[in-house]
Design a protein around this ligand. Structure first.
Ligand SMILES: C[S@@+](CC[C@H](N)C(=O)[O-])C[C@H]1O[C@@H](n2cnc3c(N)ncnc32)[C@H](O)[C@@H]1O
Length: 227
């Protein structure tokens, strides 16, 4: 990480003076940076604002510096007003042109037998990268899951939606159950996941001979493993 983003550590130290964030695991942050630098997503949705916003923004700025025609930007969703205000106040000036922080109080999201939560208010854009580290996914029945990526799949026009999951094992379980192991890897010892969902395949391949398909389309992707 130090090699890829040399100024990051100093920026995170500065950020921590203003925001007592819970933070994201380094493994997940590295997965995100690695994927962003490799695939150059145009439209990133971050779920759970904080120090991770600085990391994502730093990767986007690096790509922009290398290639001024790259036009990546980040929509960062925060579900809690108090943390939203803190994050707005702490976002460094140099990142304000690539980051938009949006307050989106959490809402319930249910699909089939799965019970989840997501941020309300997600701006409708063609996201091609989702960073999953919020909102809170526990309720009176126990652990649900974070469902923002499923909402994105409803409207994005990107052919592939990539992303990472921090902690949130239940989210890794749901994505892997719905889309298959090649599309959604979850590294249990690290409690971190990486996914790559081909949206076109979801809409076109109609078969109904396995549990990954419905009359509306295929949920379980059969594409080869790339990892
Ligand atoms: C896992 S945290 C997100 C952390 C964020 N990605 C970061 O790098 O700091 C998930 C949610 O917890 C809340 N939160 C943030 N900082 C917090 C803190 N210091 N204590 C408790 N909750 C916090 C916010 O609502 C946040 O979106």
């Amino acid at each position: 990480m130090r090699k890829a983003l040399p100024n990051l550590m100093a920026e995170l130290k500065d950020y921590s003076k203003g925001s007592d964030t819970t933070g994201t695991q380094w493994t997940t942050l590295w997965f995100a940076v690695r994927e962003i630098l490799k695939h150059r997503p145009a439209c990133i949705l971050e779920c759970g604002t904080g120090a991770s916003t600085i990391v994502l923004a730093s990767a986007v700025k690096k790509l922009k510096a290398e290639d001024p025609s790259y036009d990546g930007h980040i929509v960062s969703m925060e579900s809690v007003k108090e943390w939203y205000d803190t994050a707005q106040g702490c976002l460094p000036e140099k990142y304000r042109d690539v980051v938009e922080i949006v307050l989106g109080p959490r809402e319930k999201y249910e699909i089939g037998m799965f019970r989840g939560y997501l941020h309300g208010n997600i701006p409708r854009k063609s996201y091609d990268f989702v960073f999953l580290d919020g909102p809170s996914f526990a309720d009176e029945k126990g652990s649900a899951f974070c469902a923002d990526v499923l909402r994105v799949l409803e409207f994005t026009e990107a052919p592939v939606v990539r992303g990472v999951i921090d902690g949130r094992t239940s989210s890794g379980f749901v994505l892997q159950t719905m889309f298959g192991v090649p599309a959604a890897r979850y590294f249990l010892p690290n409690m971190a996941g990486v996914f790559e969902i081909e949206t076109a395949a979801l809409r076109s391949d109609h078969t109904s001979t396995d549990f990954g398909s419905t009359v509306m389309g295929r949920l379980y992707l059969k594409h080869r493993s790339r990892r």
